[in-house]
Write a protein that binds this ligand. Structure first.
Ligand code: NDP
Ligand code: 2IT
Length: 456
């Protein structure tokens, strides 16, 4: 038997060769490479200890999507002009349950982005402990500036192609950037019309009057705040009185602000792709919801309406604002090495990812070296998809649970994910490293299922 150190070294070298192969076979997909690298970098201890996983080529299987769908979406805008977009669904892994993951409508969407999100989703969904596989989809359609009628026609055209690949036991999409309750409504309507089936469990994030779960809208933001509170608790602290910086002003950001405020934190910022707001009195959530959810406005509109306590900074970085806790909730790679350095200089204690992969690898290193508690997305923002799985349970039994029951289950899931990541990291000699803990725990759950299900 080789010594443990030698086995670890050999496994690390082997994982690096697997990664090199992935880069070669998936050219031009930097976000997918980044997501894969972040996982593979942490797997050596478990792969070295369990040679059967390597023999079964579990790593090579996991990085290869089971199915990748790319399709044309043709639709007509309000002027009668014909528009052509590209639609995607990457059905990445179904060892633990039907493919599950959101749809993103944003001009930056391409296959590499959807693959990074789908890959992350496999591990996130495994961590929830619920029966959901990993997938992701979307389109380069830009909803900004489009009328309701245009969004509806786009959603109908998108679902006209996608519906044949979906089903409550097959593939269950939900929202992500640019896809919220309005879009899920249009998508569900078209699915129902084409299939002649009222199949509630085929989409999550539905309206609460027609099969949606209470608290699904709030769940991602709430969950990340609960995860942050658990990390702070391990350090003998809580959120009360902490200065919190939130980025973004969409679904995840709004309900991050709501839960952080409910736990006594002071949230002074939100942002969008044009700039950020600092509000010295703390964000007025009622006004922010009015501007964002009702009027579909910008954070600059919030600042203009709020009065003297708020100022709007165009461009710039929201992470320049001093904070005890930072909760990036907008998009990938929004928190750079420079931003992390600034946060550390200003005394940040915890950073927890509401968005998917918002912190660059260099920034994660800066935070880790400074001893900052860091909650990786696949653990910290899993509350959204976990509550989607609760919605699927309600749909299967035709029940509608009260909000308190959903919130209670969400809190339990977030605590369990936190403890699993924390304990797994400790067991593998990486105390406090939630990245390693989350990756290893999720990998083992999926790998064991795949191992049991044979060579497929
Ligand atoms: P929304 O569309 O509701 O909001 C997105 C927010 O992020 C907006 O404020 C938007 O600003 C900002 N944003 C988007 N793209 C960029 C960009 N390229 N640069 C700067 N800001 C940007 O999306 P969600 O709140 O649902 O999603 C936010 C993040 O959370 C994403 O990373 C998503 O993958 C992740 N997530 C979402 C879950 C959910 O349940 N919805 C679950 C788990 C993770 P602007 O309006 O200017 O574009
Ligand atoms: O990134 C995510 O976890 C989501 N966008 C939510 C996915 C879901 O199926 O609820």
């Amino acid at each position: 038997m080789p010594s443990t150190a030698t086995a670890l070294q050999a496994t690390t070298a082997w994982l690096e060769s697997v990664e090199a192969d992935i880069l070669r076979r998936n050219p031009g997909e930097p976000e997918f490479h980044q997501a894969v690298r972040e996982v593979l970098e942490t797997l050596a201890p478990v792969v070295a200890a369990r040679p059967e996983l390597r023999d079964a080529r579990l790593v090579e299987r996991l990085v290869e999507p089971e199915r990748q769908l790319v399709f044309r979406v043709t639709w007509q805008d309000d002027r009668g002009d014909i528009q052509v977009n590209r639609g995607f669904r990457v059905e990445f892994n179904s060892a633990l349950g039907p493919y599950k993951g959101g749809l993103r409508f944003h001009p930056s969407v391409n296959l590499g982005i959807v693959k990074f999100l789908g890959f992350e989703q496999i591990f996130k969904n495994a961590l929830t402990g619920l029966g959901i596989g990993g997938g992701k989809g979307g389109s380069d359609f830009d909803p900004r500036g489009r009328s309701d009628a245009e969004v509806m026609r786009f959603c109908q055209a998108f679902m006209t192609e996608l519906h044949r690949h979906l089903g409550e036991h097959t593939d269950v999409p939900a929202g992500d950037i640019g896809v919220g309750g309005r879009e899920i409504g249009y998508l569900f309507g078209q699915y129902r019309r084409i299939t002649n089936r009222w199949e509630g469990g085929v989409l999550t994030g539905k309206g609460t009057g027609w099969g949606g779960s209470l608290i699904r809208t709030e769940a991602t933001g709430y969950g990340n705040v609960l995860f942050t509170a658990e990390m702070l608790r391990k350090r003998g602290e809580d959120l009360a009185g902490q200065q919190v910086t939130v980025s973004g002003s969409g679904n995840v950001a709004l309900y991050t602000v709501e839960k952080a405020q409910a736990l006594g934190a002071v949230v002074r910022t939100v942002s969008d792709s044009a700039g950020y707001v600092v509000d010295d009195k703390g964000i007025d959530l009622e006004l922010l919801k009015q501007v964002k959810e009702v009027e579909r406005g910008r954070v600059s509109d919030y600042a203009a309406r709020r009065g003297a306590s708020a100022r709007y900074v165009e461009g710039g970085s929201v992470w320049d604002v001093p904070a005890d806790v930072a909760l990036p909730s907008a998009t990938q790679n929004e928190l750079s090495e420079r931003d992390a350095t600034t946060l550390v200089r200003n005394g940040v204690k915890a950073v927890s990812e509401g968005a998917n992969m918002p912190t660059t690898p260099e920034a994660v290193r800066v935070l880790r070296d400074a001893g900052v508690a860091f909650g990786p997305a696949k653990a910290a923002n899993a509350g959204g998809v976990a509550t989607s799985a609760l919605e699927m349970r309600q749909n299967a039994s035709r029940e509608a649970w009260p909000a308190a029951r959903v919130e209670d289950e969400l809190a339990q899931v977030m605590r369990r994910i936190h403890d699993t990541a924390y304990e797994t990291a400790e067991r593998h000699g990486r105390p406090g490293d939630y990245v390693a803990g989350a990756n290893i725990a999720a990998f083992e759950r999926v790998a064991d299922a795949m191992l049991a299900q044979g060579v497929i």
